[in-house]
Design a protein around this ligand. Structure first.
Ligand SMILES: Cc1ncc(C[n+]2csc(CCOP(=O)(O)OP(=O)(O)O)c2C)c(N)n1
Ligand SMILES: [Mg+2]
Length: 246
């Protein structure tokens, strides 16, 4: 949410498959999102109109699509700022290295946003890489920063600075956001098999959505009645969607 708000509505987004908040902000309807997951449509929304491309399940393929799209736009004298979302596990794919190198060499206007949730299904991040994703980007000649996803305002600030760099210098940037993974990889993944109860409990207790709502309420910036109303609306929406797309 922080990253999407920071870059604004202009850049074209190449998502992975976890960017539901970004999709909704861009104007994808909840029904269109769920229709895609239910296999009723190939995409569900108009990628050109919303400047939000289809979800990519082939890990890291979107990184090359995004860099190529940005370069193509630039050659045609059009808006070339692209945001590419990618998971930590996907960065282990060769596509990600090719995309970072091409973006650096061609000085592409691409902001890579890595959601590092510490896991590629059951493979922990520290068994996937010896450096952070940010350090790896720097090795390719890309400016990069690591930020805690616990604080949406820190993510917003980091991504706003990154977006200013991409726009000002016309060069790539990578923001690595460290987030917790509360649930299993998917609804068919029993994470209790490979993850300690303590780790899951700690991550759940630190849920940034709840923590941020509590913080805003504590500061008197939102009232709890409003937050409760949002919660009720979300529950209603979820129930309707689950019924309609079962
Ligand atoms: C090229 C490719 N290899 C393997 C898979 C199977 N697969 C789907 S998700 C996933 C883990 C991805 O982890 P990460 O990029 O960290 O994203 P996360 O789901 O943790 O957000 C794997 C291995 C795939 N979809 N595509
Ligand atoms: Mg991951």
């Amino acid at each position: 949410m922080g990253s999407a708000l920071a870059v604004g509505p202009q850049p074209t987004v190449f998502p992975s498959y976890r960017e539901h908040a970004v999709a909704l902000l861009r104007g994808v309807a909840p029904d269109e999102l769920v229709a895609q997951w239910a296999g009723r449509t190939f995409c569900g929304w108009d990628p050109r109109r919303l400047r939000f491309f289809p979800y990519t399940l082939v890990l890291a393929a979107q990184t090359l699509h995004g860099v190529g799209y940005s370069l193509g736009q630039r050659l045609q004298g059009r808006e070339d700022f692209v945001v590419v979302y990618v998971g930590d596990g996907a960065t282990s794919e060769g596509d990600m290295s090719e995309a970072m190198n091409l973006a650096a060499v061609e000085s592409a206007s691409v902001l890579f946003v890595c959601q590092n949730n510490g896991w590629a299904i059951s493979k922990p991040a520290d068994e996937q890489m010896r450096t952070s994703v940010a350090e790896r980007a720097q090795g390719f000649g890309i400016e990069a920063v690591q930020v805690s996803g616990q604080d949406p305002e820190a993510v917003f600030s980091a991504c706003a600075r990154a977006a200013a760099h991409v726009r000002g210098v016309r060069a790539p940037y990578l923001v690595e956001i460290e987030v917790g993974r509360i649930h299993g990889h998917s609804t068919s993944d029993a994470q209790e098999v490979y993850r300690s109860r303590d780790d899951i409990a700690r991550t759940r207790a630190a849920d940034p959505v709840t923590a941020y709502a509590d913080r805003l309420a504590g500061l008197g910036l939102v009232d709890t009645a409003w937050l409760d109303a949002v919660g009720a609306e979300v529950r209603e929406l979820r129930e309707r969607l689950m019924k309609e797309y079962a």
